[in-house]
Design a protein around this ligand. Sequence first.
Ligand code: ADP
Ligand code: GLC
Length: 427
Amino acid sequence: MTIRVLSIASEAVPLVKTGGLADVVGALPGAVVAHDVAMTTLLPGYPAVMAGLGKTKAIHSWPALLGEPARLLAGTIGGHRLMVLDAPGFFRREGGPYVDGAGRDWADNGLRFAAFSRAAADIASGAVRGETFDIAHAHDWQAAMAAAYLRFAPAGEAPPSLVTIHNMAFQGHYPRALFDQLDLPAEAWAINGVEYHGGVGFLKAGLEAAWAITTVSPTYAREIRSPEFGMGLDGLIRARAGQVHGIVNGIDAHDWNPAHDPHLAAPFTARTLGRRAANTAAIEAEFGLAPGTGPLFVVISRLTWQKGMDVLLQGLDHLVGCGARLALLGSGDKALEAGFVAAAGRHPGRIAVRIGYDEALSHRMQGGGDAILVPSRFEPCGLTQLYGLAYGCVPVVSRTGGLVDTVVDANLARSRRGLPPAYNSTR
Ligand code: ADP
Ligand code: GLC
């Protein structure tokens, strides 16, 4: 029997991406199809999404969805079903999905993603003629309220809901005043409802309401039971431990395949690893690094505290002193951006930095780098280490979250197979 799932998310490749969430949401429909799961993805109609849509059909409308007119468009994404919530008052504006052109959060983010979640709950509970779903699957705080709407105010029969935590650090907290705009019954204002420390907590509300909770690795599922990683919601996670499951992310093996990656100077396979040298030379030239002089580390990352980028910055002079080179692609905290640019200035030919976001360059760096550094303080799963593993760019990672589950020490892997150690370990 085919299971019909509505996957509700604020971003998905190839239409809109700010991080790994988009990779996973975009790849999921193709990954579950083999298990007889028919997944429809619901996205907000940002300009990039509207521009990237092929042929669509309007299948539903709301005269006032939390105050704004909206309609639902049906199309496809990567050959799978897509629904887009076209609510111009909430989503048709230039800037990012969550921030304006100057990098400030949109002032009405609470209402925007509540409206998105309200629409998702309507769709999942039968408001759209001819559409029925067996499971509503909401990703992160931007979609989590869908589970709360399904619990407190479904349009019809509510299917079971699943909330996936991609990152506990982002929870969607808003003042009490927002509650009056959410169109929820008074009973939802409760400690086991949407209330959180006197305001509204979107992720909290979703985790309370969801039938099941998943996160993106088994280690992170354990870590978020502790105050250090639970970020205020560890008590809730402990209370619902029986419903919390850690399932490690996968990657889209078509988009991320070195054998036929259109971004690489020289595509290669595990048998033709020697060809990587041409990709390394291309990266050296592109970044202006001194060719062939020591290991080439790469970093492709948001430049934030989570990612441990301040720690890397502190260690850079030492790294270069040991003979290494670094090519970094990233953007984020302005102080970190400036710090890496300054380090590149101190070490011309050894450290080179590209501040910005460049999907094609990220593929080339995985194809040419010797090792990818992921020094995260916490990492629910992480995808760049998985791309590194697929591209022969050795991941060097912190021992946290999904990095623990996906990067296995060579000696450990060998000992499990009864083989002697590959290198001398001091531990
Ligand atoms: P997170 O979602 O926490 O940022 P992940 O490792 O799960 O971390 O996913 C990050 C995704 O974003 C990967 O696909 C990575 O290649 C990509 N990425 C991060 N920074 C950049 C950048 N500056 N340019 C291109 N891609 C980037
Ligand atoms: C979040 C996490 C990252 C994870 C991604 C996709 O952005 O920070 O670790 O890989 O979501 O699940």
